[in-house]
Design a protein around this ligand. Structure first.
Ligand code: GCW
Length: 666
């Protein structure tokens, strides 16, 4: 067999300690499922491959659910829901009870995970229903093979305007399904060039082939749509959502598309954003645009996921009332309730753009009558480009746990996006994915933990960042306690470390414009109207209180008052909400300026410690993995030092206040 040019990541299936588990799984018994169903087949194939690799066993199909045989049984009741499953072992009988085919597949992956982690299957009793109906990955892959904000090589979906469907497509689907992903958007939300033609005859055959592979793993294919396709493909002179000619064109187009691409879930749309066309051009609302498309795809069971990343990037913000952070809410809140059933608004976790620390978007839960989905970014655009280690799951947990106070007991972001708050089914969570065609899929071997962790968290929001990390390490790197603990020590605090040596207390940016890696204190791409952070010789920060842009008031109480006042604003977000004097004393008893100095020195020291920890693993982890990470640590350390020196010297020069500890500030 040809050797694969890509890693198996957490599906390695190398030899494992059996711990008596082998006695429970000598054969397989199937009840209530059709063995020829595509998803069931995938589940059985995966089980077979996993056991062969990990235990050297080849279990046969059995006629009876005897002891020593794994029973796979369909059981949908109130407890085990769609896509859910239960694992039970008693008296030598191991059962996987599943609500449907997908539940069966997820249950099998769960068993394989336990086996891979060398856990004991005896006495197991676990019920797992997915928390979020939609668990999606969004790829920002372009048809030429480049990836917007990609740090892991080129696309494995596209190359020079061709669609790639090969062994890697299947392995991608296996990896995604193994963590519970059930929807994938393969092309960039910025639909340029050839991608507009994905909904034409030019690519239907490949789209169909890809959709079929995905379907075998319970994943629906989605595409990003060019809102102006009526003009760019259809030759019309308008994209006005209320124009009968435009509607007629889309009706014909969607009929063709859904006929030609089975298992197509629908579309993701970025309109009226960063130069993309949209309904605003025609004096229409976002709801007009989304509903027009949604009505047309409805007969085919399609959904329209409409992004809320709508803001005017050319706005003049010398006027203190103008604030990009306000834009999402201002643009979407008015039409709450106007969106049709099969529209979902996809909202970035923060009001700005995936910074290392941002408050939660007030639209999440702010909208009370509209389907909504959370968008997070696993691709490390502003969080280290998959060079710097940044385990993002603790941040995603924080976002999900945020209490919006939108009413009732079920008011966290997790409640809202899971559909629990409003009782809606079109809801969920999406991540901008961090994969590419390099060997380890994610640039840094360690960045795969974010891909893995996102899926696990989307499926079961209650899992902790620690549990998820441990699973990932044991499955991907090693079951050795020392290795597990050392990597945990490196990764669990890595988000705080990154935050320490980059932008302080929620201010964000300060990155090289457009590139978004490396320090540039004044470097915000839309900053022709002055610096983003508004630092002067007395202080720094953006006043978003009622005396400033008023952004803080977009939250429900008591969050609004909490953010509005400097004293009650959580300190990690202080500079996001307030313009604060350098001499302001923080809870730590340090002045703001001293905090800036200290945290930047600490950040670098923490990276040095991470490197020491990693070097202690030489010879204990795979050489390729070791070298991949070690190389990146070298770059991370230079990056951290560069940030420390630039930020500290910038604020030293601005404020004229020296470091209390007399350290050298360049
Ligand atoms: O801030 C921006 C990114 C863009 C991205 C955009 C978005 C796909 O820098 O690269 O475009 O966010 O989310 O649409």
């Amino acid at each position: 067999m040809e050797e694969k040019k890509w890693s198996e990541l957490w599906l390695k299936y190398t030899e494992k300690e059996k711990r008596g588990n082998d006695k429970l799984i000598q054969g397989v018994y199937l009840k209530g499922f059709d063995a020829s169903d595509a998803v069931v087949k995938s589940a059985l194939e995966e089980w077979t491959a996993g056991l062969k690799g990990m235990y050297g066993m080849e279990p046969a199909m059995e006629e009876n659910p005897n002891a020593g045989v794994l029973s796979l049984i369909r059981k949908a009741d109130g407890r085990i829901r769609k896509e859910g499953y239960e694992l039970l072992e008693q008296d030598g009988c191991l059962q996987l009870l599943a609500g449907d085919e997908k539940g069966l597949l997820y249950g099998v992956f769960h068993l394989l995970r336990l086996i891979s982690m060398e856990k004991d299957l005896r006495g197991i009793s676990l019920l797992c229903n997915p928390d979020n109906p939609l668990r999606m990955l969004n790829h920002w892959d372009n048809m030429d093979g480049s990836i917007e904000r990609g740090y892991s090589g080129n696309s494995f979906f596209f190359e020079q305007d061709r669609v790639i469907v090969d062994g890697r497509t299947r392995d991608y689907a296996r990896l995604a399904a193994s963590v519970g992903i059930n929807g994938v958007v393969i092309n960039n939300v910025n639909v340029k060039q050839a991608a507009t033609y994905l909904i034409t005859d030019r690519y239907f055959a490949e789209m169909k082939a890809m959709a079929e592979i995905f379907a075998e793993y319970g994943i629906k294919l989605y595409l990003s749509l060019n809102y102006a396709a009526t003009m760019e493909l259809g030759g019309l002179d308008s994209a006005d959502p209320l124009d009968p000619g435009v509607i007629a064109w889309w009706e014909k187009k969607m009929k063709e598309v859904f006929e030609r691409i089975p298992n197509l879930g629908g579309f993701l749309v970025k309109a009226d954003s960063e130069g993309r066309p949209g309904p605003f051009t025609y004096g229409r609302t976002q709801a007009d645009g989304a509903n027009m498309l949604a009505d047309i795809v409805k007969p085919y069971g399609g959904i329209i996921i409409w992004r809320c990343f709508v803001y005017n990037c050319t706005q003049d913000w010398r006027d203190y009332k103008t604030d990009r952070a306000r834009a999402g809410y201002d643009n979407f809140i008015k039409m709450d309730g106007d969106y049709h059933d099969n529209v979902i608004l996809q909202i970035k976790n923060g009001p700005m753009d995936f910074q290392i620390r941002e408050p939660i978007s007030p639209l999440l839960g702010g909208l009370k009558k509209t389907n909504q989905m959370l968008e997070v970014q696993v691709a490390q655009e502003y969080t280290g480009h998959q060079i710097d280690v940044c385990y993002l799951i603790p941040m995603f947990k924080e976002i999900l746990d945020f209490k919006t106070y939108c009413g009732g007991d079920l008011d966290t972001v997790a409640d809202v996006i899971s559909g629990r708050t409003m009782g809606n089914a079109n809801a969920g969570i999406a991540a901008v994915c961090n994969t590419g065609n390099d060997f380890c899929w994610t640039g840094s071997e360690l960045a795969a933990a974010n891909f893995y962790g996102f899926g696990r968290l989307a499926f079961r929001t209650s899992l902790s960042a620690e549990e998820i990390l441990e699973e990932w390490i044991r499955m991907s790197v090693s079951n050795e306690a020392e290795v597990v603990e050392t990597i945990e020590k490196i990764m669990l605090p890595s988000r705080e470390t990154y935050e320490k040596y980059t932008s302080p207390l929620g201010i964000g940016w300060m990155v090289t414009p457009h590139v978004h890696y490396g320090c540039s204190v004044d470097g915000y791409e839309y900053s022709r109207w002055g610096t983003y952070h508004r630092a002067d010789h007395l202080g720094i920060g953006v006043d978003r209180s009622d005396k400033g842009t008023g952004y803080a008031l977009q939250y429900y109480e008591p969050n609004a008052s909490m953010y509005n006042k400097m004293e009650s604003c959580p300190e990690e977000l202080l500079l996001f909400f307030h313009h604060v004097p350098y001499t302001y004393v923080l809870k730590s008893n340090k002045t703001l300026i001293q905090h800036i100095y200290d945290s930047h020195f600490e950040g670098v020291e923490e990276v040095e410690e991470m490197i020491r920890l990693w070097e202690s693993l030489q010879g204990k982890v795979d050489t390729g993995v070791y070298e991949n990470v070690r190389r990146r640590f070298g770059m991370q350390l230079s990056n951290a030092k560069e940030w420390r020196d630039q930020v500290n010297s910038y604020f030293y020069r601005k404020s004229g206040i020296a470091d209390e500890r007399g350290r050298v500030i360049y």
